[in-house]
Design a protein around this ligand. Structure first.
Ligand code: FMN
Length: 170
């Protein structure tokens, strides 16, 4: 058996997606601005921490995403971590038909990006590096500013949204 080559999968992508959905995540909305000043953003649950020093995070973006050119070219983006009451935003930023920024309540970050009202946390990132892998691009961001407002979190598990309640530790 070669350590250099992966075996072809013995499962289809529907099964793979289901297996991945057994891993509970939070839900974020990642937003940037293009050179003309237009905002682009989408719902993302691939967000993860990478490094403490320097402070790095990652997320991945589908090659087919309409916002890909904006994220490839921007100097900064902001990652808003959604709270329990923000399912509507998670849906708004994942559906094609929606005008995602219409009547959206936000403050503006140091680099002019939307900090969504009610977000549980936000990370303002410099667009440090990008890695093409399969049908996604992995974005690594260097966090320049972040803030948190401890809240009940919005979670995603088994293809459904759920509230992540602070409770007793196991
Ligand atoms: C809970 C949830 C998590 C998602 N996570 C991701 C993700 O990590 N990366 C991604 O590319 N799309 C993700 N999506 C899908 C995008 O939000 C969706 O395809 C969106 O319409 C893409 O926007 P765009 O084509 O305007 O860039 C997720 C959708 C949902 C509902």
């Amino acid at each position: 058996m070669s350590a250099l080559c992966a075996l072809p999968p013995d499962f289809d992508s529907t099964y793979f997606r289901s297996a991945l959905s057994q891993f509970a995540t939070g839900v974020t909305v990642v937003i940037t601005r293009d050179a003309d000043g237009a905002l682009h953003g989408l719902t993302v649950n691939s967000f993860s921490s990478v490094s403490l020093e320097p402070p790095l995070v990652l997320w991945s973006l589908a090659n087919k995403a309409r916002s890909m050119p904006a994220f490839q070219e921007c100097s900064h983006y902001i990652i808003n971590v959604l709270a329990e009451h923000q399912v509507d935003l998670a849906l708004r930023f994942s559906r094609q038909a929606e005008n995602r920024f219409e009547a959206l309540a936000f403050e503006t970050s140091r680099t002019g990006l939307p900090i969504l009202d009610g977000a549980a946390a936000w990370f303002e990132c410099q667009n440090r590096s990008r890695y093409q892998e399969g049908d996604h691009v992995i974005f690594v961001g260097q966090v320049e500013r972040c803030q948190m407002k401890p809240s009940r979190m919005l979670g995603f598990l088994g293809g459904r949204f759920l509230a992540i309640q602070p409770g007793e530790s196991l």
